[in-house]
Design a protein around this ligand. Structure first.
Ligand SMILES: C[S@@+](CC[C@H](N)C(=O)[O-])C[C@H]1O[C@@H](n2cnc3c(N)ncnc32)[C@H](O)[C@@H]1O
Length: 214
């Protein structure tokens, strides 16, 4: 079992500015750990986490991939999250994380078209008024707009162009995001394989991991 990354360098007040890992984060970590052998067998060269927040997920992914020359790119719309992601890598002796302060995959495509072997996203999934979407601060951690789907839906058209032929995408969703509908969209509209691989209740939330690949 791979230990949860050390986050002791992040101070309590930092969590006013960057998302504090919670049950959703841990479900995503568990999904990656469950696929540890599969991920290692792919020998990933470039991994990307969208919305890396504290950097906890990418750091664990780097530990799973192990000693290799793989590159771990992260994006976040919140610049403090990018800084924290880098620090979390260093705190855990992971030096190959390159945080990019951008939205979703802006600046990644077209250069890295079909080059991403492992893609992860724990998105802002909470149902909120549309007007709350699009901040650059801590609100961007949760504000998902109508059905909590606005940021997620913006990404879906790019997935087939991001993933390498062997690439795997791990996406966290909650019931309100209509995970089954997202699976159908990925299959019928984009011709990808998609399935729910994990689900768990966390208080009032029902959380899911959807895995998507070519
Ligand atoms: C629920 S938090 C997840 C943070 C971390 N990955 C985790 O699992 O603990 C969502 C993250 O997505 C970021 N985010 C929101 N909208 C984004 C966008 N359009 N592009 C990139 N990152 C975004 C937020 O700033 C936040 O860090």
């Amino acid at each position: 079992m791979i230990p949860t990354p050390d986050l002791s360098h992040i101070k309590k007040q930092d969590y006013d500015r960057v998302y504090e890992p919670a049950e959703d984060t841990f479900l995503l970590l568990d999904a990656l750990e469950e696929d540890e052998k599969l991920i290692q067998s792919l020998k990933p060269r470039i991994c990307l986490e969208i919305g890396s927040g504290s950097g906890c997920v990418t750091t664990l992914l780097a530990k799973i991939v192990g000693d290799s020359n793989a590159l771990f790119l992260t994006t976040d719309i919140n610049s403090f999250a990018c800084e924290t992601t880098r620090q979390t890598g260093l705190q855990n002796k992971v030096t190959r994380i390159e945080p990019i302060n951008t939205s979703l995959v802006d600046g990644i495509l077209p250069r890295l078209k079909n080059r991403i072997d492992i893609l992860c996203f724990n998105p802002p999934y909470a149902v909120t008024p549309h007007e709350e979407v699009g901040s650059f601060g801590i609100e961007a951690s949760w504000a998902g707009g109508i059905d909590g789907r606005e940021v997620i839906d913006e990404l879906l058209p790019y997935i087939k162009d991001i993933l390498s032929p062997q690439g795997l995408f791990y996406l966290l969703l909650i019931e309100e995001n209509k995970p089954k509908e997202i699976v159908e969209i990925m299959k019928n509209q984009y011709g990808m394989n998609a399935m729910i691989i994990m689900q768990r209740r966390a208080g009032r939330e029902k959380q899911f991991i959807v895995k998507i690949h070519h």
